[in-house]
Design a protein around this ligand. Structure first.
Ligand SMILES: *[C@@H]1O[C@H](CO)[C@@H](O)[C@H](O)[C@H]1NC(C)=O
Ligand SMILES: *[C@@H]1O[C@H](CO)[C@@H](O)[C@H](O)[C@H]1NC(C)=O
Ligand SMILES: *[C@@H]1O[C@H](CO)[C@@H](O)[C@H](O)[C@H]1NC(C)=O
Ligand SMILES: *[C@@H]1O[C@H](CO)[C@@H](O)[C@H](O)[C@H]1NC(C)=O
Ligand SMILES: *[C@@H]1O[C@H](CO)[C@@H](O)[C@H](O)[C@H]1NC(C)=O
Ligand SMILES: *[C@@H]1O[C@H](CO)[C@@H](O)[C@H](O)[C@H]1NC(C)=O
Ligand SMILES: *[C@@H]1O[C@H](CO)[C@@H](O)[C@H](O)[C@H]1NC(C)=O
Ligand SMILES: *[C@@H]1O[C@H](CO)[C@@H](O)[C@H](O)[C@H]1NC(C)=O
Length: 359
């Protein structure tokens, strides 16, 4: 027991996702953090993630009527996605079903650029408990931060995992119950308390891969059996609320203290995109249900029209910055193709396990 607890605490939790491109405590000139600066609900059981708001950082997430699916089909698969926006204190609720499978880890991570971190981790072979954890400024040397809480069959049922984060305390909620509270002062007098703007990262990885250390494999519940897969984590909904309203956040110095964070006023890019989406998937979301059904019913027709439109535009744009245009168009086409593929699958009832297929 003690050994296991030690091992768990020594691990950088969800290490597949806990990295930073630029640590503002070490370097100057890191990019600022685009804010959420408001509230947002993302329903991945009815729309795919808007690529202007979410960045798929590894692999592919499949959007089905059950939700966004993160699947390990074979060794080295580890689909992950992260929000392009940051919240500076706030609420994050994720309605999800964890992946089954020994050595398979599903995770929800809030992570800041200076490696403050708040976690939920689901060990595929453990059907009774979920791990909560936190780190401050990348300090992974503690022995007692990982705490497990009971939850009913997290691999079979959707549950609501909520983090409620203020400058004074962090609460972890499972459905309607607050299970853990970490007060600022109890995290090494605040030094290890997560307090800088964090983004949301979701993903799945094989903690039980044979290349991992014995400690990691043991913590993950044993070796991953790739032959028994696929293993899928499903995210139906994410609710994010930023307690700070602003356009972006920046580190004012190298302390990593919340008082040092500078807030730029204004409407955030994320809220602009959510209220008036620009991407194809976002525009789809903005359409009325009736229009969506009409489009879904003629997915093939839509594809032809799309092609004609592209041809027309290509001819029209021939002289104007051909290469730049091609790049933009490639991105647009990719989104359109994904959307059509999604719609076609939906229209054909192609998804096996959607419980509410009300398209
Ligand atoms: C930042 O500096 C600390 C202490 O000097 C070091 O341990 C850490 O690896 C550095 N992190 C990055 C991302 O450079
Ligand atoms: C976000 O939601 C909360 C709680 O429902 C509400 O009090 C607040 O006004 C909302 N903020 C914005 C910017 O919509
Ligand atoms: C999105 O993810 C890719 C791949 O990890 C990375 O190279 C890129 O910088 C990210 N973009 C943003 C806006 O975070
Ligand atoms: C699940 O995790 C809890 C808490 O660490 C532990 O007591 C229990 O034995 C674990 N169950 C399995 C099947 O590993
Ligand atoms: C990291 O955390 C440990 C345990 O909480 C603490 O003893 C240590 O002083 C911390 N290190 C730093 C650099 O804050
Ligand atoms: C998730 O749980 C939190 C905390 O109990 C609650 O406030 C929120 O409304 C729940 N969200 C959904 C979508 O059920
Ligand atoms: C890891 O476990 C394997 C199998 O139990 C064992 O052969 C090996 O010596 C262990 N390695 C370490 C570094 O403990
Ligand atoms: C999507 O998921 C949410 C949260 O679990 C649920 O309340 C809603 O009914 C689902 N929508 C559909 C269409 O299944």
């Amino acid at each position: 027991m003690l050994y296991l607890a030690l091992v768990a605490a020594l691990l950088p939790a969800a290490f597949a996702q806990t990295w930073t491109a630029c640590n503002p405590l070490n370097s100057t000139g890191c990019p600022t953090n685009p804010a959420l600066g408001g509230n947002a609900t993302f329903l991945w059981n009815t729309t795919s993630a808007d690529s202007n708001v979410w960045n798929t950082t590894n692999g592919k997430v499949q959007y089905t009527p059950a939700g966004g699916e993160f699947t390990i089909n074979e060794r080295h698969d580890s689909p992950t996605i992260q929000s392009k926006f940051y919240i500076f204190f706030g609420v994050v609720s994720v309605i999800m079903r964890a992946a089954p499978g020994q050595g398979v880890i599903s995770s929800i991570v809030l992570e800041s650029d200076d490696l403050d971190e708040v976690d939920w981790e689901f060990i595929g072979g453990n059907h009774t408990h979920v791990e909560t954890n936190y780190f401050g400024k990348g300090n992974t040397t503690s022995y007692d931060r990982a705490i497990y809480y009971p939850v009913d069959k997290p691999q079979d049922q959707f549950h609501n995992y909520t983090v409620h984060w203020t400058k004074d305390a962090i609460e972890w909620w499972i459905d309607d119950n607050s299970v853990r509270t970490l007060k600022y002062g109890d995290a090494l007098g605040g030094k290890n308390f997560p307090q800088t703007p964090m983004n949301i990262r979701l993903g799945i990885w094989a903690g039980g891969d044979p290349d991992n250390s014995n400690g990691t494999i043991e913590w993950a519940g044993g070796l991953t059996n790739y032959g028994k897969g696929p293993y899928t984590m499903t995210v139906a909904e994410i609710y994010a609320q930023d307690f700070t309203s602003g356009k972006e956040y920046a580190y004012g110095d190298k302390t990593g203290d919340w008082e040092s964070i500078k807030i730029t006023e204004g409407q955030s890019k994320a809220i602009k995109e959510i209220t008036s989406p620009h991407g194809v998937t976002g525009r789809w979301k903005a359409l009325s249900k009736t229009t969506q059904i009409a489009i879904a019913a003629s997915a093939a027709g839509a594809a032809v029209l799309c092609l004609l439109a592209i041809l027309f535009c290509c001819i029209k744009q021939r002289r104007a910055g051909r290469r730049e245009y091609a790049e933009l168009e490639a991105q647009r086409e990719k989104e359109a193709a994904e959307l059509v593929e999604y719609k076609t699958k939906m229209a054909n009832g192609g998804f096996g396990h959607g419980s509410h297929n009300n398209w």
